[in-house]
Write a protein that binds this ligand. Structure first.
Ligand SMILES: C[S@@+](CC[C@H](N)C(=O)[O-])C[C@H]1O[C@@H](n2cnc3c(N)ncnc32)[C@H](O)[C@@H]1O
Length: 351
């Protein structure tokens, strides 16, 4: 099925390149909504899964039901909107309904509350929807997503995997108040994102973490019941002293060696510096992973100034990793990434 009208979200960090990104996707911009959503006409929606430029978009939705209006000034918006949604989607077999504000994290909570009230009312009207929890969605089954903001209501059906996220708009908010570092949010989000593509690792799985200091990511992994061998030239935060399940090796990753093949279930790398240098270490140490073992690699693109430069870096990294026996599972720009991308690989059996 092709849809002419789409909502495409382009993260803040790529906003200066939005016209170029949309043009590369063959999208004709119609309107900006809520800060980082672009309402566009899309000649060929397949670009969202096939074009490498889709990497600069974090979430997408076909707009099958759009109601441009000013909800704040309208009496009975929730009831009218809910009836409209029922009429359009009531018999479409959605697995779930999730609603959200067009301006996520907006200081004014009006649209967040409106989205919650709208969901409540639609759920009363709808034939029962099988899934109530965000992470319980089948990544490949269609969900009804609705976004609401001062520009009106925008709804469509899309599987979470195709949309590139389980939440409306894609963002899972991660509390960072007591975090050791802001990097913790990146692995928390990465593990949530990975559910779009494969089941969770079992508790007790053993991670090798490269570039762990000060330890925000380490703390997140330990919190989930994983074991972690963390390597860094710099010290970890004292809050991680004697943390159960943690082995810390202070030193250079270049000289670190694992003890036996298959020692680790997963490898995480958030080392700073040239991503090509970091990836060489990831590939070398991936021999310490079990076959099918997971790799989460933050590709830092700080030196790349344009989308073309960033794509060239990612292309080269991917080609090198694949030639070295890794299989790409997914690549994305997470909400908590800055000018960096998260690439997920697995160690191919037999390598
Ligand atoms: C962005 S920080 C990592 C933040 C960390 N993931 C967290 O959750 O707090 C990058 C880290 O990589 C480490 N690093 C970079 N190159 C390294 C190398 N060759 N050997 C060991 N550590 C390295 C740096 O010391 C630095 O602590």
């Amino acid at each position: 099925m092709s849809h002419a009208s789409w909502l495409i979200r382009i993260p803040d960090v790529f906003a200066p390149f939005a016209p170029q990104i949309l043009a590369g996707l063959g999208a004709t911009p119609r309107k900006m909504l809520g800060g980082d959503y672009h309402l566009v006409e899309l000649a060929d929606p397949a670009v969202l899964s096939e074009s490498e430029r889709a990497l600069f978009t974090s979430w997408n939705l076909p707009v099958e039901h759009g109601w441009p209006c000013c909800p704040q000034k309208m009496d009975g918006f929730v009831e009218k909107a809910a009836q409209g949604i029922l009429k359009k989607f009531g018999d479409r077999g959605a697995q779930a309904l999730f609603t959200g504000p067009l301006l996520p994290g907006a200081p004014h909570p009006f649209y967040k509350h409106l989205a919650t009230n709208l969901r409540g009312r639609v759920l009363q009207l709808f034939p029962s929807l099988p899934v109530a929890e965000v992470e319980a969605q089948d990544p490949s089954a269609p969900t009804l997503f609705c976004l609401v903001g001062k520009e009106g209501l925008f709804c469509g059906m899309r599987s979470p995997r195709e949309a590139n996220g389980f939440y409306p708009g894609g963002t899972k908010f991660i509390r960072q108040a007591a975090a050791i570092s802001r990097a913790g949010a990146k692995i928390a989000e990465a593990l949530h994102y990975l559910k779009l593509h494969q089941p969770d690792l079992p508790a007790g799985a053993h991670w090798l973490e490269l570039g762990a200091s000060p330890g925000g990511m380490t703390a997140e992994l330990l919190d989930r019941g994983f074991r972690v061998t963390a390597v860094d030239k710099a010290a970890l935060d004292p809050r991680l002293d004697r943390a159960p399940g943690l082995t810390f090796i202070r030193g250079d990753v270049d000289t670190f060696n694992f003890k036996s093949d298959g020692e680790f279930d997963a490898l995480l790398c958030d080392m700073n510096g040239d991503p090509r240098v970091s990836l060489r270490q990831v590939v070398r140490l991936s021999a310490g992973l079990k076959a099918g073992g997971l790799i989460v690699f933050t590709l830092k693109a700080a030196g790349a100034d344009t989308p073309e430069d960033m794509l060239a870096l990612i292309r080269a990294a991917e080609a090198y990793a694949v030639a070295s026996g890794l299989t790409l599972i997914a690549k994305t720009h997470l909400t908590y990434n800055r000018q960096e991308f998260t690439l997920f690989f697995e160690r191919a059996p037999g390598h």
